[in-house]
Design a protein around this ligand. Structure first.
Ligand code: NAD
Length: 423
């Protein structure tokens, strides 16, 4: 288990209070009834299972796994599976709630779910991890499925894990069911563009946000915190659009160049050294300095709670695009709003991944493989429509976009519940 994944999980658990804090703050404004609140604050189904796995030393160990279906009024539930030693059912549940909101905000016909196994992946080899994954799927097989609940990768699970999930589920069902899981390798029905779709979806939303601020990517300056799957792709995509990426960072520190970093050279540097720190085309900076760099766009794409009351006043950007989950604390959010800094919230900004997962599911169900242009075109349309829906709800940007996004998600979920006769 890498330190990074440990941190990611720990910080994301704080999100649960963030999600519920936001819900508490909007429920009075929206005039939600007790019945509506009861639907929003309780998951529909929690499955907890213990299952034995034989380890390579011949001993049998019991593992604990959960799968929480939070809400499926809008369609089958969608949410990742994470492996983590500190996993609790409460964390899983609240992350499932955020998935329900995210899918509703981008208006894809999915509910929200999440799952995971309490395990430290660093203690197991690949064969043991495969056995844990397969045993977990056997334990929850009745509760997942293409029309029930569709898993995906999350902290410390990846394409390879999804391939094991697919294989185990299909063995149990004795038929092919590629739509049971997304984020699969392309050779098993996955989509190549899923690998960069979170960043690309973020770019589409950012371009709309920039228009509102009279900015264009060409010539604008951006700083990106985190240079992993999301941050590296974001820096590349911004650079390709003529944006000057003036600073990036990772867990080891950052690099800055006011004239713009050469992103291709930086990617080569990272491929060789494992970090962006020490890049010869920039000046070494700390992560705190990155957040305060002179720029128009700040993209937190690493961990939660990076922007807080202690550093929010140093931020120079006029737009903060939350590609990480929960990078802004409630205090910092208020400070940004007071300073007229536009925060594009995580449940909108980083939804490109789940949107392309939806396309993967559609393709698998129909056995019709879309050309890449179609995937990219529909991603663009879905993300820009979501931005405009949220922005319109915000009375043309006169409230916090986060509040508007939560309200929109909540409203759509409750409308579906009402139409089903549950309210
Ligand atoms: P990743 O593990 O590939 O990359 C994380 C990056 O953050 C690494 O470069 C790491 O060095 C850096 N980092 C860690 N600690 C840091 C610190 N203290 N300061 C600066 N950088 C630090 O993860 P990822 O898949 O790129 O995900 C990043 C964020 O985006 C997470 O919050 C994740 O939940 C969120 N997210 C990811 C996806 C996706 O499709 N991968 C989708 C939605 C949300």
């Amino acid at each position: 288990m890498t330190k990074q994944h440990e941190q990611l999980h720990r910080d994301e658990t704080v999100l649960r209070s963030m999600g519920m804090t936001e819900l508490r703050s909007i429920y009075e404004d929206m005039g939600l009834t007790q019945e509506e609140l009861a639907i929003l604050t309780r998951p529909r189904r929690i499955v907890t299972a213990t299952f034995p796995v034989t380890l390579k030393n011949g001993r049998i160990r019991m593992f604990l796994g959960h799968r929480v279906l939070y809400n499926d009024a809008r369609g089958p539930a969608k949410g990742g599976i994470r492996f983590h030693p500190d996993l609790t059912v409460e964390d899983v549940s609240e992350l499932a709630f955020l998935m329900a909101l995210k899918c509703a905000v981008v208006n894809i016909p999915f509910g929200g779910s999440k799952g995971g196994v309490k395990v430290n992946p660093a203690e197991l080899d690949s064969h043991e991890l495969e056995q844990v994954t397969r045993a977990y799927i056997r334990a929850v097989a009745d509760d997942i499925g293409p029309y029930k609940d569709i898993p995906a990768p999350d902290v410390y699970t990846d394409e390879r894990t999804m391939a094991w999930i697919l294989d185990e589920y299909e063995r149990i069902m004795r038929r092919h069911q590629p739509a049971v899981v997304t984020g699969k390798p392309p050779a098993l029905g996955g989509i190549e563009a899923r690998r960069y779709s979170t960043a690309l979806g973020g770019v589409h939303v950012l371009e709309e946000a920039m228009k509102e601020r009279g900015l264009t990517p060409k010539g604008a300056r951006a700083a990106v915190q985190g240079f992993g799957n999301v941050g590296e792709n974001m820096a590349r995509l911004l650079h390709e659009r003529g944006c000057r990426v003036v600073a990036v960072s990772d867990v080891n520190g950052g690099t800055a160049n006011p004239s713009g970093l050469d992103i291709e050279a930086l990617r080569r540097h990272k491929a060789g050294s494992g970090t962006v720190a020490g890049f010869s085309g920039g000046k070494r900076i700390s992560n705190e300095e990155l957040l305060a760099v002179d720029c128009e766009i700040l993209v937190p794409a690493a961990l939660s709670n990076q922007l807080h009351a202690g550093n929010a006043k140093e931020v120079k950007a006029s737009i903060v695009l939350e590609l990480a989950n929960g990078p802004t604390t409630v205090d910092a959010d208020d400070m940004f709003y007071a300073r007229d800094i536009m925060v594009v919230p995580d449940i909108l900004a980083n939804a490109g991944g789940v949107v392309v997962s939806y396309f993967e599911w559609v393709q698998n169900l129909s056995n019709d493989f879309w050309p890449e242009e179609k995937v990219l075109k529909r991603l663009h349309r879905t993300m820009t429509t979501a931005f405009s829906d949220v922005h319109a709800r915000c009375r043309g940007g006169k409230c916090r976009l986060r509040k508007a996004a939560y309200e929109l998600g909540v409203r759509r979920i409750l409308d579906a519940e009402r139409l089903r006769g549950n309210l």
